[in-house]
Design a protein around this ligand. Structure first.
Ligand code: ADP
Ligand code: MG
Length: 320
């Protein structure tokens, strides 16, 4: 599937760059945004970095370091794999990619401006890891710039992206700043207490106070996370996070299973709140069915549906 134009707005840039940082094994990621991301988006990580010789490759279309053999494509374990994000973002912005891979002492920088591809690569001091700076998004595509909303709205979408990824990566520290002001500072932590703290920071303390923890394993499937009691329902479906093998998804089959589990206990028109993680053999899910990778296809959809439904149904029934 051709991802084509995955870059719709500043938040899509942040999503792609954060996914790259996570794929690079970063344990700390800083996101600096100016003017809702319209002016600058800077993402700095301490991941494995990119070597000098790979810098211009990283920026070129359809180049990825994440698929070595065909079998990798059958069981994608990284968030990215199509090699399009950096190329797409660089074609509609002024982009600076600075990186230092662990086996070199010195960092390197590549710059692009719109369609012009990186030509020269210059030395630049940088600790191990990568910084991507995206300035003047859509400067050369005014039609798309017109579709952007206010700085506030665009920033809110960026914040949502950061939250969504932070909920899937408790072992990574995240900093989000807007116009030099710290909006989120999320420390790493793998203990129960630390996880609870992060969920409360992201979903609000009221959610945590009203949530049950679930952790159910059956037929090689595991579902764990937090589900709000029916009394903490929402008027909008705005507090719903579902991850499949660490990838945030919005999927009809999953939504249907969750909704059905709540159907006896929730008033019509109310929406459940949840943060749930499904772990499943990656060879039985296809993540390559949608350009933004929000949807997935399960090889055995019926089993997955039944598992989610019955796990949650029982958890909620137990409380009643
Ligand atoms: P994809 O993630 O699908 O491979 P991208 O265009 O997002 O494609 O990135 C291209 C390549 O650039 C990646 O495969 C990776 O090798 C390298 N890369 C991008 N961002 C980073 C980063 N933050 N740290 C290390 N390598 C990176
Ligand atoms: Mg990527």
């Amino acid at each position: 599937i051709a991802a084509g134009e995955v870059v719709e707005r500043p938040a899509s840039v942040v999503k792609e760059m954060l996914e790259n940082s996570l794929d690079a094994g970063a344990s700390r990621i800083e996101v600096d945004v100016e003017s809702g991301g319209l002016k600058t988006i800077r993402i700095r990580d301490n991941g494995h970095g990119i070597g000098k010789d790979d810098l211009s490759l990283a920026l070129s279309r359809h180049a990825t370091s994440k698929i070595y053999i065909l079998d990798d494509l059958e069981a994608v374990a990284t968030l990215g794999f199509r090699g399009e994000a950096l190329a797409s973002v660089s074609s509609v912005s002024r982009l600076t990619l600075t990186s230092n891979s662990e086996d070199t002492a010195q960092g390197w920088v590549a710059k692009t401006e719109g369609q012009e591809m990186a030509t020269d690569i210059a030395p630049a001091p940088h600790p191990q890891g990568t910084t991507v700076e995206v300035r003047d998004l859509f400067f050369n595509t005014p039609a798309r710039r017109k579709f952007l909303r206010t700085e506030k709205t665009e920033f809110n979408r960026i914040e949502d992206v950061v939250k969504r990824l932070a909920l899937a990566n408790f072992d990574v520290g995240f900093e989000l700043r807007h116009n030099q002001r710290t909006i989120h500072s999320l420390r790493t932590g793998s203990s129960e207490v630390e996880k609870n703290r992060r969920v409360a920071q992201i979903c609000g303390p009221a959610f945590m106070e009203n949530a049950l923890t679930v952790d159910i394993e059956r037929h090689g499937l595991r579902l764990w996370g937090w589900v709000a009691l029916p009394t903490f329902s929402r008027s909008q479906a705005d507090l719903q996070h579902f991850y499949v093998n660490g990838r945030a998804i919005k999927d009809k089959l999953v939504s249907h299973a969750v909704k059905q589990a709540y159907s006896d206990v929730l008033y019509h028109g109310r929406h459940p709140a949840f943060v749930l993680y499904l772990e499943i053999d990656p060879a039985t899910v296809d993540v390559n069915v949608h350009p933004t990778k929000h949807e997935v296809r399960f090889r055995d959809g019926r089993t997955v549906h039944n598992f989610i439904y019955s796990s949650l149904h029982h958890a909620l029934a137990d409380v009643r």
